[in-house]
Every structure is written in C-alpha cells, then in structure tokens.
Design a protein. Sequence first.
Length: 96
Amino acid sequence: MNVSIAKVSTENASSYLRKLCQHWSHKFPVSFDAQHGTIDLAVGKCILDAEENALKVRLELPAEGDATQLQRVVQEHIQRFAFRETLVFDWNTSAT
C-alpha cells in the first residue's frame, strides 16, 4: 500500500473538509463531521483531519496505484474550495 500525507496550513480546515466530503458524497461512500472525514474513492481512501491551523490529508491506495495522480486530484479539489487563499501541499509518500 502507498500512503501519502500532507499537512496544509489553513484557518479553514473544517470548512474545506466538509466541502470536499459533501462534493464527493454523490459519487463515493463518505462519512464526516467537523473534525474528521473519510472518502472511499474508487482508487483508494482519502482521510481528512481538521486541526486548529491545518488540514491533514492522508491518501491510502494500493501499491500499483498512481499516488501522484490521486494527490493532484485531491489537491485541485481542495484548492478550488480555497479560492481566497493559496494552500501549500507538501506530500510525503511511503510504501507500507
């Protein structure tokens, strides 16, 4: 399994978590509250945690999955919701 993690500085973490989960709830199984969200995507899982000053994004996908592609898709979606600020995603990827 590949795991990618990014901790994104923002004062609006809970809002972005909620918006992404609501956006994808029409296509994928989703569960969320103000602090934690899980999206079961076709290619893997996206786990979101809202902290006081950051949004933690964890992506889990099979070893043969394209981590870079999933990172890009998730990042682009969140950035669309954050049009008033520029978010920086510093992805750390590891195989487990």
